[in-house]
Design a protein around this ligand. Structure first.
Ligand SMILES: Cc1ncc(COP(=O)(O)O)c(C=O)c1O
Length: 459
């Protein structure tokens, strides 16, 4: 095997000397040392100290079919031997990228029919910015450039995708957003709609978007972009009518509707895509993560007739592309991944059995003194930890309690993610009722330990 046989301590030393980690406080990590993950099987990963950890985050919201599926490795091996790489520039293509496009046309939201590939969600969202601006440009509406997104949105970490995102901390560090990106309030009722009912809040949240459109002027707005359920922003689940109303707004003001399916795509909501869960028909979608279950990097943008009629029939060359657009090995792995999801009826099982069970069991935590709200849909859950349950008072400063709880989870062999002071889960679609029971048991222990720490530290 290509892996060297070192001790955990040796790996940690090399890691801290030579490796810069994403989204990491470098100094803190050097003090604490990295946890080194060695292998994965099903819904579990094993670290270099032989701890078997239940991965309720499916890696980073992506290992939809679980770890250790040999079929994906075999397909990659075969494709690498046949043709490890060729590009899709200059009037060439490879068979996996062609076949994958046909498969995607069948499963993506109605009307989406053509696909452009990248290697990450960030790249795909950058492509959307280029493509949508090109679309309006060809139509002679040169001022329609601005993208409206929402605070707490996460659309990636490149300059344009981080500008689309609504993460203040990222903006502060990168001189962002770039011009042409504005943000409105997300449908985060626990924070922004404490004393009103869901219908009232829905109208309020949609109205905030409409106000933004009017403020900028619809002649200057290119598109509205959003995740069906905001994932990394804290599993923000919109009111049921929200997306239909947003779709109407986009039609009313002649704005394109872009849906970021990077987390919600490939079964997470109990449908193939979040757009289908909310019954909307976007003009353009982006996807990544679950398309290969994270086994290889692959992402894409899907467009419908409205955009393709303009950019294909009326435009000349689109000066945009990546070396790895339509990478044959990644596309072959995606085809096999989708075959497994279909054949093992993972989406049907998510919708009928597993998601309702996960939602029901996690909602038991609503009675815990630290928990303000449990929200979620499909295999996405967010548990809001609060200072005062009755007053819906959040912790200040934000984030300390979430991190404490995440560390307790890890010590109890449970991976959940902390977002501000909320705890998220987004397990593989292969998660079982037994594993969900284990998650609930370990999370209860972790929450209780967090509550003790809060008392001790007087947070
Ligand atoms: C909704 C959403 N869009 C885009 C991205 C960016 O994807 P990547 O990290 O592959 O660039 C992410 C990553 O978590 C995401 O959650």
């Amino acid at each position: 095997m290509h892996l060297s046989n070192r001790t955990t301590e040796q790996w940690q030393k090399i890691d801290s000397a030579h490796h810069l980690h994403p989204f990491t406080d470098f100094k803190e990590l050097i003090n604490t040392g990295t946890r080194i993950i060695i292998s994965g099987k099903g819904n579990y990963v094993t670290d270099s100290e032989n701890n078997k950890i239940l991965d309720m985050m499916a890696g980073l919201w992506c290992v939809n079919i679980g770890y250790g599926r040999k079929e994906l490795a075999e397909v990659a091996f075969e494709q690498m031997q046949l043709l490890p790489y060729y590009n899709s520039f200059f009037k060439t293509a490879t068979t996996p990228s062609i076949e994958l496009s046909k498969i995607l046309a069948d499963i993506t939201p109605e009307g989406i029919e053509r696909f452009f590939y990248g290697s990450s969600g960030s790249e795909s969202n950058d492509t959307v910015v280029r493509l949508v601006r090109r679309y309006w440009d060809i139509l002679g509406k040169k001022n329609k450039k601005t993208f409206i997104s929402r605070t707490f949105a996460y659309h990636g970490s490149t300059m344009a995708s981080a500008s689309l995102g609504g993460m203040q901390a990222m903006h502060n560090q990168g001189d962002l957003p770039l011009p042409g990106f504005v943000h409105a309030m997300p449908p985060y009722q626990y924070k922004f709609g404490k004393n009103i009912n869901e219908d009232e809040f829905c109208k309020f949240a949609v109205n905030e978007i409409e106000k933004k459109i009017i403020e900028i002027g619809s002649d200057n707005v290119a598109a509205f972009i959003g995740e069906p359920i905001q994932g990394a922003g804290g599993v923000i689940v919109p009111p049921r009518d929200y997306w239909n109303l947003i779709q109407d707004l986009c039609k009313k003001y002649d704005i394109l509707l872009c849906i970021d399916e990077v987390i919600c795509g490939f079964g997470r909501t109990g449908e193939w895509f979040g757009s289908q869960h909310y019954n909307i028909k976007p003009d353009v979608i982006t996807f990544a993560k679950g398309i290969t279950s994270g086994y290889l990097p692959l992402s894409g943008v899907g467009i419908g007739k409205k955009i393709s009629d303009v950019v294909i029939k009326q435009g000349g060359e689109f000066y945009h592309g990546y070396t790895y657009s339509g990478h044959p090995v990644a596309c072959a792995v995606a085809i096999e991944n989708i075959r497994i999801i279909k054949e093992e009826r993972m989406i049907e099982n998510t919708k009928k059995n597993i998601a309702p069970y996960l939602q029901k069991r996690m909602r038991e935590f609503e009675n815990h003194p630290l928990v303000g709200e449990v929200r979620g849909e499909g295999l996405l859950v967010g548990v809001e930890l609060v200072k005062n349950k009755e007053k819906k008072e959040m912790f200040d400063p934000v984030g300390t309690v979430g991190n404490i709880c995440r560390d307790h989870c890890m010590n109890n062999n449970l991976i959940m993610r902390a977002v501000r002071d909320g705890m998220m889960c987004s397990p593989p679609l292969t998660i079982t009722k037994d594993d969900i029971d284990k998650c609930v048991e370990r999370f209860k222990k972790s929450l209780d330990a967090t509550l003790e720490d809060i008392k001790k530290l007087d947070i």
